[in-house]
Design a protein around this ligand. Structure first.
Ligand SMILES: [Zn+2]
Length: 135
């Protein structure tokens, strides 16, 4: 039973990721903005939660990836994937495209003009699909 629940859980996560990737390529601009405002904070929160479980301990090992018999030196594979996708592979292409006007890393987190929470953000985590379809 645990195995079935585990499979259901994993499938749900894969399907969610598929849906977000699909939205990124097919949704119109208004929908994309709504999705970005509601989903990006959740994605970053998810990364933070996952990465905090893989922070190195006082010996420089990952406490989550290490076993009693095998110590896993930090940065573990989770941190390596995070760096590859969020830093090396994630923002680099955009920096290349926009290098003449501004630096992505300096401007993106500094949203002083961020609007108040929208309808999308306050309607709950499972309201994404109907919201996007309504646009
Ligand atoms: Zn780890």
């Amino acid at each position: 039973m645990d195995q079935i629940l585990g499979q259901v859980l994993r499938n749900a996560v894969w399907e969610r990721l598929d849906m977000l990737a699909d939205l990124a390529t097919r949704a119109d601009t208004d929908s994309l903005v709504s999705v970005a405002r509601s989903e990006l904070p959740r994605l970053t929160e998810g990364w933070r939660a996952m990465l905090s479980a893989h922070e190195p301990d006082e010996r420089g090992d990952c406490p989550t990836c290490s076993t009693r018999w095998h110590r896993c030196k930090a940065p573990c594979s989770v941190w390596q994937v995070a760096h590859e996708h969020l830093v090396a592979g994630g923002l680099a292409p955009q920096q290349d495209l926009r290098r003449s006007s501004r630096r992505t890393r300096a401007t993106v987190p500094n949203q002083s003009r961020a609007p108040k929470p929208t309808q999308v953000e306050t309607t709950g985590r499972h309201a994404l699909i109907p919201q996007v379809a309504a646009h």
